[in-house]
Design a protein around this ligand. Structure first.
Ligand SMILES: [Zn+2]
Length: 401
C-alpha cells in the first residue's frame, strides 16, 4: 500500500456532503447535511450547522441515496466475468462507480472447472487490489448462476456444463474465494438429482442458496426452502410462471412471504406492469433489483461474442443465436429509473436497489441504507438523473462536479 493511500484510508478524515435531499429508508429530507468519518456515516443534520469538515461538497439540487448493490452481474464495458482477469474486474468496478453502484457480485455462468478456478483467483486478486488501491465499486463475493440447473430452463446458460449432485465432490468443483467475509451465492434448481441434499450441504458450507433456472413443483420448492434456500433468482425469468391451479415457481415465490426475490428491472425481461405487481406483492425489502448485465453493457448496440455464441444488441435488447434473451445491457441506475417511472416512491425504489440486496447477502446491518453508523456507500444524483458523485466506504470513487 502506498503511503498516500495509507493516510487516506487510516487517518480518520471527515467529509461533509451538504445542502442535499437525503433519501432515508422511510422519508426524504430537504437541505440536509451528511457527515462521513472514515468509512462510516457519522451524522445526518437536517439543517446545515457551522460544522467544519476536512472536505466539504455542496450538493444543492442533488438527491443522496444509498449506493446501489448489484447481486447479479456478468460484466460490462466488454468484460465478461467468466474470462475476466483482476484488471478486467477492476475495469467493471470503475464503470459501475460512474452509475452509482457501490457493491457488486461478479456472476459466473456454467463453464469448465479450469475457468472457474481462473475467475476465482482473479476475483481474489481484484479484492486485494481494491482494498489497497483507488476507490471503485466494491466486489463483495461471487455468484455461481447455475451449475446445478434444469436444462429445460437454461435460458442463455450452456447446459453442457450443468451438473447433478451425487456424492458431494460436485460442490468442491465450485472453487471458493479465499478472502475472509467474501459472500458465496449460488443459483440452483432444487429438482436436480439430489437437489434437496445439495441445498442442505451448501447451507452447511455457508453458501447463500437461490432458486432459479427451474421447473420445480410446489412440494420440492417447499422442501428446498425448509432446507435453507432463501432467495429466488430473476423472478419470472427461466422458471415456470403462474397458473391459478398450478402456481409454478413464480407463483410460489410470490406467495411465500418469507422468500426474497430479485428481478431484472430493464422493462424487457419483465413487462413494466408486472414489475409493479411484483413490488406490490413482495414489498420493497424483499424485492432486490438486479441488472443481469452482460459484457456489452456500456458499449451500445452491435454484435458481440458471449459464452461462445454470437449475441446481438438491438435497441438495448440482447439476443443469442438460440433466440434467448442473453442478459441485459442495463445498470442498476437504469433499473432505478425504470421502477421510479412506475410511480413507486423514491424511498421504496432505493430500498429495492440497496437494502433488499444487502439483506439477501446478510450484510444489511452495515450496508444498504443511509443510517448513522453504517458504511458510507452513497450516490448523489442530480435533477436530470445524472450521477454526480459516488462514494464507496467513505472515499470518492466517481465525481462529475
Ligand atoms: Zn444471469
Amino acid at each position: 500500500m502506498s503511503l498516500v493511500v495509507y493516510f487516506e484510508k487510516f487517518i480518520m478524515k471527515t467529509l461533509l456532503l451538504k445542502n442535499a435531499k437525503v433519501v432515508l429508508p422511510y422519508e426524504t429530507t430537504d437541505n440536509t447535511a451528511l457527515l462521513i468519518e472514515g468509512e462510516q456515516i457519522a451524522e445526518i443534520f437536517t439543517e446545515t450547522t457551522n460544522f467544519r469538515a476536512d472536505k466539504e461538497i455542496n450538493l444543492t439540487n442533488c438527491k443522496i441515496l444509498a449506493g446501489f448493490v448489484d447481486l447479479h452481474n456478468h460484466g460490462a464495458v466488454g468484460v465478461d466475468v467468466n474470462s475476466a482477469t483482476a484488471e478486467d474486474l477492476q475495469k467493471v468496478s470503475r464503470f459501475l462507480a460512474t452509475k452509482g453502484v457501490t457493491a457488486w457480485i461478479p456472476t459466473i455462468v456454467p463453464d469448465a472447472f479450469e475457468n472457474y478456478r481462473k475467475v476465482i483467483d482473479a476475483t481474489d486478486e481484484a479484492i486485494v487490489i481494491q482494498e489497497s488501491g483507488k476507490p471503485a465499486t466494491q466486489i463483495l463475493g461471487v455468484h455461481y448462476e447455475g451449475v446445478f440447473a434444469n436444462e429445460k430452463m437454461c435460458g442463455a446458460l450452456r447446459p453442457e456444463f450443468f451438473k447433478t449432485f451425487r456424492n458431494g465432490d460436485e460442490i468442491a468443483e465450485m472453487p471458493r474465494l479465499t478472502t475472509s467475509n467474501a459472500v458465496h451465492l449460488t443459483t440452483l434448481a432444487p429438482e436436480v438429482e439430489g437437489g434437496i441434499e445439495l441445498v442442505k450441504e451448501l447451507k452447511k458450507q455457508n453458501w447463500i442458496v437461490s432458486i432459479g433456472h427451474t421447473k420445480a413443483d410446489f412440494t420440492t420448492l417447499e422442501k428446498a426452502f425448509a432446507a435453507g434456500a432463501s432467495h429466488v433468482t430473476h423472478l419470472f425469468n427461466a422458471m415456470t410462471g403462474i397458473h391459478h391451479r398450478d402456481i409454478g415457481v413464480a407463483g410460489w415465490a410470490l406467495t411465500n412471504e418469507k422468500i426474497s426475490c430479485e428481478i431484472i428491472a430493464d422493462g424487457i425481461h419483465i413487462a413494466p406492469p408486472i414489475l409493479k405487481f411484483a413490488y406490490k406483492n413482495k414489498q420493497a425489502d424483499n424485492l432486490a433489483l438486479v441488472s443481469d448485465s452482460v459484457a456489452p453493457t456500456g458499449l451500445g448496440d452491435g454484435d458481440f461474442k458471449l459464452w461462445n455464441e454470437k449475441i446481438s444488441v438491438v435497441n438495448g435488447k440482447t439476443q443469442n443465436e438460440r433466440g434467448s434473451i442473453a442478459g441485459s445491457v442495463i445498470t442498476m441506475l437504469d433499473a432505478v429509473k425504470m421502477m421510479s417511472s412506475l410511480g413507486i416512491s423514491t424511498e421504496d425504489v432505493s430500498r429495492m436497489a440497496s437494502f433488499a440486496p444487502a439483506k439477501v447477502l446478510g450484510i444489511d446491518k452495515s450496508y444498504g441504507s443511509i443510517v448513522v453508523g453504517k458504511r458510507a456507500d452513497l450516490v448523489a444524483i442530480d435533477e436530470k438523473g445524472h450521477v454526480k458523485l459516488t462514494i464507496v466506504g467513505g472515499r470518492i470513487a466517481f465525481t462529475d462536479m
